[in-house]
Ligand binder design. Structure first.
Ligand code: NAD
Length: 730
């Protein structure tokens, strides 16, 4: 396998081209690094070579490091293996940066230019940062940046140290701490790339720069005498302010639960106090420390490796390609309108039906609004807007559904209304059409009774807002066939979301776990636990929203509706009477949540959240003795993770990867943990059982350890060993 090739032209300009065989995007492997190193040596040693262009044979430069390699480095060599591997990379990049120049005079080096045709992410930008100039093609679709923080690590191949020294800590902060990506022009504006040229001029301009480069053009600011960090180093008054601010900002955003963000700041701060090569070593040590933290391993596993496996159809049954050509969406309300937008945006023809033409048009208008917003942000062109809207036919006429190969029903949450729609649709579509319902609470198998073809009937459960939420839950009813599952998965792939496939049961998977979280929060209000303690405990453990804010967002009347339906279904076994007292009292006072500008929180007239509503204390006075933080956190976390375990025990979840990925993407379950099952593996089944026993004793049977967890505890097992996903047969 050859990832890199070297050619030299008649003018003595060598081009090293990165083109990993058999992949649409270049990713860096350890073998690739060794190859690049060998070719760099060759070009630097060749007296006939005046300078080197590093570019790509593909439309993009590179997508980053192969994270499977990082995981393997850790498994094979532990901390030392990671550190040695990273220092090897630093060695290669430092060699490129020095390019054979004399160490004292800094003269005689060979210019190295990175010529980026398109996207350059992670190591795909760290490598160019070690070159003497970065020239990017003016390709508005290209993304340039360092997104490592998004999967729980940070740029550890010199990217952190070089970007901070190039831009200063303040300007580099969003790119490092938030993984902000830019198109080439924005990257030039920020100072990340040096030049943007027309795509057809990319290589010619790189060559021109090489041939004109002087010795001084090759010396990086940090290798020059008297270098000062832009914006000031930490001991400089301006720098001091930056670092104090950054530290507060990071803590505010991460609540201290993301080891990568803390380590990144430490690498930047400590690195700023020492010479460049020592800073690289510090960066490597912090990077190693992050990789050795179980959180980063779990995040890489769930957010990168397993998410990608699910996106690529890891759980797809064997069936011919089921890509959707024409989708019919029934119900143009909040969900239907969103589903129409994401479908049309993915190039699928859409028929959007509602009971009245006005409602159907309003649903289509939602797409227009989103596209207009995109145009304002210069992300969407007028042509693109026209194309997407032209794909959506808004009508009341079921005859327009002829030729649809998939239907997604999103009408009112009412069994009879849905049954009526199912019958009407089946009269209008061909016999192969798959029918999906977006119900959030009604059993798929029950809804399928209205269908002539229950094997072609399935649940495709979107989350709100559809255009933002990345998870789609696919629900197999008792009679759902494989082709329907394949169809749903192919559809989700087309609209670029992540699917999980679960079996039919009350609330499926995501809502099944999130409702007990909300309920536990409300139950604590009833018990007199300080609402601020509840909310902050949730946030301090990495939940994006506290349970009370969450119920305000999803609306309290929806909570009431779900509670009533659940009580009706469960009868005497219904466990949440204490919760309902609070919920119903709130609803009775018209405090229906964010949409009513009044809920557990107070809001101003413009809908801005002000703080917890002070009327809570009067209705549910704070108890004298407040529980400690850990106990509140355990209640909130175990309310969720025990449902995930039970879903696995019951066979609702069929693959633990889906349990973890679905939790993070579906309801933002503490992403640092890698998901509920990864978190249980992290603390270990014996400790989890111990916490369950204590919680069950004080708070009731809902915290009783499931038999599966007890069994795993007794056998010393972990979820990721006991339920290790089987690789798909090739
Ligand atoms: P909505 O009230 O905003 O929209 C429902 C639409 O269906 C309305 O425009 C209504 O006019 C139309 N409709 C009703 N009966 C019809 C019929 N017989 N023929 C054609 N159109 C009809 O509701 P929504 O929030 O979009 O929810 C729709 C479905 O999606 C429900 O089943 C709901 O449980 C589910 N869901 C909702 C959410 C959410 O967050 N709102 C999330 C996931 C799933």
């Amino acid at each position: 396998m050859t990832d890199f090739t070297l050619t030299t032209d008649a003018d003595g300009v060598a081009t090293i081209t990165w083109d990993v065989p058999g992949k649409s995007m270049n990713v860096m492997s350890l073998a690739g690094f060794a190859e690049l190193n060998g070719l760099m040596d060759q070009a630097l040693a060749d007296a006939g070579v005046k300078g080197i262009i590093l570019t790509s044979g593909k439309k993009d430069f590179a997508g980053g490091m192969d994270l499977n390699v990082i995981a393997k480095m850790k498994d094979d060599g532990g901390a030392q293996g990671i550190f040695d591997g990273v220092m090897m990379m630093h060695g290669v990049m430092r060699k490129i940066e020095r390019a054979g120049m004399d160490a004292k005079t800094l003269k005689g080096g060979k210019p190295v230019v990175a010529a980026l045709p398109g996207t350059a992410l992670g190591i795909g930008l760290e490598l160019p940062l070690s070159c003497h100039r970065i020239i990017a093609a003016d390709n508005p679709k290209a993304k340039i940046g360092l997104p490592e923080i998004m999967v729980g690590i940070f740029p550890g191949a010199g990217g952190t140290t070089r970007l901070v020294r190039k831009l200063g800590a303040m300007i580099a902060a969003p790119f490092l701490l938030e993984g902000k990506l830019s198109d080439p022009k924005a990257a030039k504006l920020a100072g990340i790339v040096d030049e943007v040229v027309a795509p057809e001029d990319l290589l010619a301009r790189a060559k021109e720069w090489i041939l004109a480069a002087k010795d001084t053009d090759l010396v990086k600011p940090w290798d020059q005498k008297g270098y000062k960090m832009p914006g000031g180093a930490p001991y400089h008054p301006a720098g001091f302010m930056t670092f104090v601010g950054a530290s507060a900002m990071v803590h505010g955003k991460t609540m201290g639960v993301y080891p990568a963000a803390k380590a990144l700041l430490s690498a930047v701060y400590e690195g700023a106090l020492v010479p460049f090569d020592t800073a690289l070593k510090i960066e490597a040590r912090w990077f190693t420390s992050v990789l050795m933290n179980p959180s980063s391993g779990a995040m890489i596993r769930s957010l990168f490796i397993n998410k990608e496996a699910l996106d690529k159809g890891a759980v797809r049954p064997e069936a011919p390609d089921q890509s959707v050509q024409k989708v019919g969406i029934i119900g143009a309300g909040m969900m239907g309108a969103g589903i129409a937008y994401v479908s049309a945006n993915a190039g699928i023809e859409v028929v959007l039906i509602d009971a009245a033409q006005e409602a159907a048009d309003k649903g289509k208008g939602y797409s227009e609004g989103l596209l207009d917003k995109g145009m304002q942000r210069k992300k969407v062109t007028a042509e693109k807007k026209a194309e997407v809207l032209a794909r959506i036919t808004a009508t009341t006429d079921y005859a327009a559904l002829a030729g649809c190969d998939l239907i997604v029903e999103a009408v009112f949450e009412d069994m009879a209304v849905k049954a009526d729609v199912t019958r009407k649709v089946e009269e209008a579509v061909g016999p192969d059409c798959i029918f999906a319902t977006n119900t959030s609470t009604l059993p798929i198998s029950d809804l399928a009774r209205a269908s002539q073809r229950p094997d072609q009937f399935i649940g495709i459960h979107f989350f709100s807002p559809v255009d933002k939420m990345m998870l789609v839950e696919i629900i197999r009813g008792q009679q759902t066939g494989d082709r329907a599952v394949a169809k749903a998965l192919d559809f989700v792939r087309q609209i670029r979301k992540t699917p999980i496939v679960v079996n039919d049961a009350r609330f499926f998977y995501a809502n099944r776990c999130i409702i007990p979280y909300i309920n536990e929060g409300i139950r604590m209000v009833a018990e007199g636990v300080e609402p601020a303690l509840i909310e902050n405990a949730a946030k301090l453990v990495g939940m994006p929203l506290g349970p009370l804010q969450l119920v305000d967002e999803t609306s309290i009347d929806l909570g009431v509706k779900i509670a009533k339906a659940t009580r009706a279904a469960m009868g005497d076994a219904y466990p949440d009477g204490a919760v309902d007292k609070v919920l119903f009292a709130m609803a009775d006072q018209g405090r229906l949540g964010k949409k009513a500008n009044a809920g557990f929180y107070a809001y101003d007239a413009a809908g801005k959240r002000l703080g917890l509503w002070d009327g809570l204390a009067a209705a549910w006075p704070a108890a004298k003795a407040q529980p400690d933080l850990a106990e509140v956190q355990h209640r909130l976390l175990f309310a969720q993770v025990l449902e995930a375990v039970r879903a696995l025990e019951d066979g609702v979840l069929m693959d633990i990867r889906e349990g973890d990925v679905g939790a993070i993407l579906g309801w933002g379950f503490a992403p640092w943990s890698g998901g509920p099952l990864s978190w249980l593996d992290m603390i270990g089944a014996p400790r989890a059982v111990e916490i369950c026993d204590a919680l069950a004793e004080t708070h009731g049977a809902r915290f009783a350890a499931p038999a599966l967890l007890r069994d795993m505890s007794a056998k010393g097992q972990q979820f990721y060993t006991r339920f290790a996903p089987q690789p798909k047969a090739a």
